[in-house]
Design a protein around this ligand. Sequence first.
Ligand SMILES: [Zn+2]
Length: 173
Amino acid sequence: MRKTLKSGLQVKPRGRCVDSLCPEYATVVVTFQSRYSTAPENPVGYCARHVEKRFVDDETYRQRDNAGAVTGRHVFPRSSYEIREPNEVESAELAWERGAEGRWKAEGRIGEYRRIVELHAAADVDGVFVDGWTAGACVALHDSLSERNRVRWLAMPTAEQCHVAIQLTMGGK
Ligand SMILES: [Zn+2]
């Protein structure tokens, strides 16, 4: 699940490498250089290990092709990509993304809901299993409430919080 940052850089949530299931931070920016299109491609963040593994020289790429290996999904010809360090803006964005876990923890309950939404991963919140859709309703409601109502809503038990959030943001569906 990729996330597009304001600069256009795509990474996994929390600033992670886009390679599937890779837990490493993205530290290298890779951009496809299209010869035929003038529309700029989104740069993508990888960890250094996956850049080495996925982006091979043309000779290696051809050999794998000839050997009948399925190249498309796992290996890419390095010459078709720009591979570089993150620029200043991207570095700042990546640092912010890496701090997400700490911010969620510091926020308490609403941070737990934000985490579920951002990671698209249902989780147990005080004994209640909360899915992404419900957590999204909680975040939307929380962020739209006045300070006073927000305190009241946050004081509710999890199940009630979720119920109220769905009622008020989705009309009870
Ligand atoms: Zn990686």
